[in-house]
Design a protein around this ligand. Structure first.
Ligand code: ADP
Length: 504
């Protein structure tokens, strides 16, 4: 007997596909919802049934709670998986789903609310003896209060939106003169993004690593952690590359951070899959926030633990007790993920649009592609630019890096600019291989983001170019197939020649 007869996935793109597949494996009937723009999207094609819920803008489709509940009623769905983004961390959605007599595949609305407000979460964590980033636990009344609070903390400080997410409403402030303006700007940005202008202050750490702990809780009071993911490689405070385990954590540190994450989860009666994020610096760790949902980077945890997190979300939501304890959780090998986005990474990560006219996904031992695109699919500006995730697993970190480099060479996406070239540079970068990472990686190695044509002058980039030469293989693969009509990508390629000619 399946846990649920029918599950609706209130999301799109790679995560909807991922969840729908997990349901199918469990014998559960699946329902996708989609906007007009997504009528032919992969998540629609993968589902047993699909319901149109509105026009392209998310506010008129993927964020319409009423339409989603109507779709659930019309298709007989018993449970709704929110994925990440969109409605995943909106307490009113969880309430509405439960109110309609359906199962919300996530924690309770109360838990979402407690962790969704960063100041409230910090207060709760303090009470649970989870170390927090030094700073305030209450929103600031005004700019003057900010100046006073910053005095006590010491500069630089970080202004943050209490309701924040996605790096919005965040401002680094170096000195008191700059604080009042930054306060106004952060409050305005937070108000616009979240409808809540509350901001507070934290100490801005110098060179931290982002290390987070995956937790899983059932409805019978058991919470276990599944080890860490390191997500230090970021741009503008958003993750680009994630790995498990971290290159630096000792087993003792892992146990201490894991125990703190379990305390955090227990403090809010957590059930399901969740993530407790920390900043780690010089052997110390500080609570950053908790994400009360499945994360983009969950696959690296799956590959080192052997657990299917989506299937466990379904199991615990159906009331199954976790049949394993902390001691049963073992981490095997090393896993790394690249977030492949439709963005021109060499020009400020500018979003890129177009039709995917060629997609070739690497295969082979230890390679996984969680994708949300097909050939012929139109990538527009309405949604998150994530096209898919390339994930590898190998015995050691070294071997995983080599495997990822190989897989990235084989990955071909044409029709839009993508972040693939930057991922190729990152995985071949000596600093990445050494494991000496921090959230400032791209500031410390700006050559990684230099456009290919302008890369010749810098010796570090010349080394990368040499590596690319070695892998001319991927360029041959990227060329159009014989007989295929020339497209814009081809003419660009002709006009500018091979990358190593330009780089040399
Ligand atoms: P959001 O919810 O907007 O994503 P987070 O609190 O999760 O914001 O922080 C996102 C990223 O911002 C972190 O991974 C880190 O790179 C950076 N960051 C956040 N707080 C600090 C801090 N106090 N010091 C230094 N960097 C920080």
């Amino acid at each position: 007997m399946p846990l649920f007869d029918t599950v609706l996935v209130a999301n799109r793109g790679e995560i909807a596909v991922r969840i729908l597949r997990a349901c199918r494996e469990m014998g559960i009937r699946t329902v996708a919802v989609h906007s007009e723009a997504d009528a032919q999207a992969p998540h629609v094609l993968v589902a047993d049934e699909a319901v149109l819920i509105g026009p392209a803008p998310s506010a008129e489709s993927y964020l319409r709670i009423d339409r989603i509940l109507e779709a659930a009623a019309a298709t007989g769905a018993q449970a709704i998986h929110p994925g990440y983004g969109f409605l995943a961390e909106r307490a009113p959605f969880a309430e509405a789903v439960e109110g309609a007599g359906l199962v919300f595949l996530g924690p309770t609305a109360e838990t979402i609310r407690a962790m969704g407000d960063k100041t409230e979460a910090r207060r709760r964590m303090q009470a649970a003896e989870v170390p927090i980033v030094p700073g305030m636990v209450d929103p600031l009344a005004d700019a003057a209060a900010a100046v006073e609070a910053a005095e006590g903390l010491g500069y630089p400080v970080l202004l943050k939106a209490a309701a924040g997410g996605g790096g919005k409403g965040m401002r680094v402030v170096e000195d008191p003169e700059a604080l009042p303006r930054a306060f106004d700007a952060a409050a305005r940005e937070a108000e616009a993004a979240f409808g809540d202008g509350s901001v507070y202050l934290e100490r801005y750490l110098g060179r931290p690593r982002h290390i987070e702990i995956q937790i899983l809780g059932d409805m019978h009071g058991r919470v276990v952690h599944l080890g860490e993911r390191e997500c230090s490689i970021q741009r503008r405070h958003q993750k680009l590359v994630e790995e498990a385990p971290s290159a630096v954590l000792t087993p003792e540190e892992r146990a201490a951070m894991g125990a703190a994450a379990v305390r955090a989860a227990e403090a809010v009666d957590y059930r399901g899959a969740g993530t407790v994020e920390f900043l780690y610096q010089d052997g110390e760790f500080f609570f950053l926030e908790m994400n009360t949902r499945l994360q983009v980077e969950h696959p690296v945890t799956e590959l080192v633990t052997g657990l299917d997190l989506v299937q466990w979300q379904l199991r615990v939501a159906a009331g199954e007790p976790l049949p394993f304890t902390q001691d049963d959780v073992t981490l095997t090998g090393h896993s790394i993920e690249c977030r492949v986005t439709a963005e021109d990474a060499f020009h400020g990560f500018l979003p890129s649009t177009g039709r995917i006219d060629r997609l070739e996904v690497p295969t082979g031992p230890g390679v996984r592609w969680d994708g949300g695109i097909d050939e012929g699919f139109d990538v527009g500006l309405h949604y998150d630019p994530l096209l898919g995730k390339l994930i590898v697993h190998a015995d050691t970190r070294e071997a995983a890096i080599d495997r990822l480099a190989r897989a990235l060479d084989e990955l071909v996406i044409r029709g839009v600019e993508t972040s693939i070239p930057v991922h190729r540079r990152i995985v071949r970068h000596e600093a990445f291989r050494s494991g000496d990472l921090s959230i400032r990686f791209l500031e410390e190695y700006p050559e990684v983001l230099e456009p290919e044509g302008e890369a010749g002058a810098d010796p570090a980039v010349a080394a990368v170019a040499a590596a690319l030469l070695e892998h001319g293989y991927r360029e041959r693969r990227a060329a159009p197939r014989v007989g295929q009509a020339s497209d814009s990508g081809m003419s660009r390629w002709r006009a500018s020649g091979w990358p190593w000619n330009r780089a040399g």
